[in-house]
Design a protein around this ligand. Structure first.
Ligand code: SF4
Length: 86
């Protein structure tokens, strides 16, 4: 399967690429979603489509719709949380 079309610009992937501490924890998500067969189930993509673009997706949201370990979703807007939990 081809890589996700958002890979070059996705904030999640950039975070993963540049943060050595998170790299190990996030590698599995990249393999499953960004470079794997779950990319069409990515919640970041759903939020982006529903809310008008990637700028409206919290940087710390993983492809499964949960905050990256050690971060919180307390600052996410209600409409983002609604999509993430749907
Ligand atoms: S997190 Fe989602 S939108 Fe971003 S590159 Fe991975 S699959 Fe694509």
């Amino acid at each position: 399967m081809a890589d996700c079309e958002n890979l070059a610009t996705c904030a999640f992937f950039k975070e993963y690429e540049t943060d050595e501490a998170k790299k190990q924890a996030l590698q599995g998500f990249v393999d499953m979603y960004c470079k794997g067969d779950k990319q069409n189930e990515c919640v970041r993509k759903k939020v982006s489509k529903a809310l008008g673009g990637p700028q409206n997706v919290p940087v710390n949201m993983k492809p499964d719709g949960k905050p990256i370990l050690g971060t919180s979703d307390s600052n996410w807007p209600a409409e983002v949380k609604a999509i993430a939990n749907s």
